[in-house]
Design a protein around this ligand. Structure first.
Ligand SMILES: Cc1cc2nc3c(=O)[nH]c(=O)nc-3n(C[C@H](O)[C@H](O)[C@H](O)COP(=O)(O)OP(=O)(O)OC[C@H]3O[C@@H](n4cnc5c(N)ncnc54)[C@H](O)[C@@H]3O)c2cc1C
Length: 375
């Protein structure tokens, strides 16, 4: 692990912010199914939205490890809010920055770095998720050089609140990236899609019906979408693995405290061997997911890829977090199944990481493909 003094300072700052600003609002937003957009603006003021953007362009100029730290810390209190942050800061801002040109950065960055304009990323479609290269949204070039988008994206985090979207569409059958403002004619959004967990973030469909996108909103090159997509998926997988660490750490803390205080059969729960197994196994998994994720994060950057490592980190961390949340519910018994201690929420939230940003099966498939290709 290569955590520097700067990383440690960042962790302290985000931990303090999480305890004082994120924790108090978390349950309310889980219950109401709303994303706290004002809190996102507070993260913008702390410089955490442009965490991976160079200083000269208004960012914090930090690395993938820093991004992992922020996602871990926020998820200790509010994984749903952290998911909305991830969709904005990584799926939109980071992706946009590294694919965009100076004039696009000048135009859009100041608005999104403050969190006042919220971004989202549209890759998944109603008929195409894991098999993403088969996406069906089309882009057609007009005689004047503009583009016309047609198609539908689904499960898009921040869709309801976003003012701007990074969209993958096929131009002459080649995946190409566009920046699409909500105000562009022909762009509309469905009502919110209800979901089991991560309720403090929202999602919807994005609908494009002859949506005209100006020529200057092509992001990167025509046909260059796959490069943008694959580069950004790596840091996304790390952010999601980091969220799993935050959720798991919270669940371990809750179960240790509860097992120390709760008495059954004349002794504390922590003195029962079967409970020790839940706690001991959960702690070992937490330490393993932390070591793996931070080790991989140290190898990833805009110009350094580690597809195998990021797939492995998210594959392992997602399931470990879900198992740890499940163990926490078991240790707390009836209290675990009810909302007061919030472990049931972390269990619901943790499940998403086994699906979003790549399913378990997608990671297993990709890891095997890469390993067998090396033979
Ligand atoms: C809460 C939430 C937020 C999301 N946010 C976004 C977002 O912001 N932007 C975005 O673009 N997308 C987003 N997604 C979409 C997410 O990335 C997809 O759901 C995911 O990639 C899986 O695609 P799918 O749902 O179409 O499942 P499918 O691809 O239809 O897969 C269904 C099942 O079949 C399995 N499967 C598929 N192919 C294979 C295979 N070759 N071998 C073995 N098994 C296979 C899958 O693993 C899965 O278990 C979000 C999803 C959720 C639930």
């Amino acid at each position: 692990m290569s955590e520097t003094e700067e990383h440690e300072l960042l962790r302290q700052t985000v931990r303090q912010f999480t305890a004082t600003r994120v924790e108090p609002q978390a349950m309310e937003h889980d219950e109401s199914g709303t994303f706290n957009t004002k809190l996102l603006i507070e993260l913008g003021k702390l410089g955490l939205i442009g965490i991976t953007v160079p200083e000269g362009d208004g960012g914090a100029n930090l690395d993938a490890t820093a991004s992992v730290i922020v996602h871990e810390e926020l998820s200790y209190s509010d994984p749903g809010f952290a998911l909305g942050y991830l969709a904005h800061a990584l799926l939109f801002v980071n992706n946009f920055y590294w694919a965009g040109n100076p004039s696009q950065r000048r135009k859009y960055l100041p608005k999104v770095l403050t969190g006042e304009v919220i971004g989202c990323m549209g890759m998944t479609e109603p008929s195409v998720g894991t098999d993403v290269l088969g996406l069906q949204t089309t882009a057609r070039k007009t005689g004047g050089g503009d583009y016309v988008l047609n198609g539908r994206k689904t499960f898009i985090t921040n869709g309801p609140e976003s003012g701007i979207a990074l969209i993958y569409a096929k131009l002459d059958n080649r995946i190409t990236t566009f920046v699409v403002e909500k105000a562009f004619p022909g762009f509309s959004v469905s009502p919110k899609i209800p979901k089991v967990g991560m309720r403090a973030s929202t999602m919807s469909e994005l609908i494009f019906e002859d949506c005209v996108v100006p020529a200057e909103n092509l992001l990167g090159t025509e046909g260059g979408g796959i490069t943008n997509m694959m580069r950004n998926l790596e840091i996304e997988r790390l952010g999601l693995a980091a969220m799993s660490i935050g959720m798991a750490r919270r669940c371990v803390d809750v179960m240790v405290k509860y097992a120390t205080e709760r008495q059954t059969f004349g002794k504390s729960l922590a003195d029962h061997g079967q409970i020790q197994r839940y706690i001991g196994d959960s702690y070992a998994k937490l330490e393993a997911m932390r070591a793996l994720t931070y080790n991989v994060a140290a190898t990833v950057g805009p110009h350094h890829r580690n597809r195998l490592g990021t797939d492995a980190a998210k594959l392992f961390a997602s399931t470990a977090a879900k198992e740890i949340a499940d163990a926490a519910i078991q240790v707390l018994g009836g209290y675990g199944y009810c909302s007061e201690y919030r472990v049931e929420q972390f269990w619901r939230d943790a499940k998403l990481i086994e699906i979003g940003g790549g399913t378990l099966e997608a990671h297993q498939k990709n890891i095997t493909r890469d390993l067998t290709a090396q033979r």
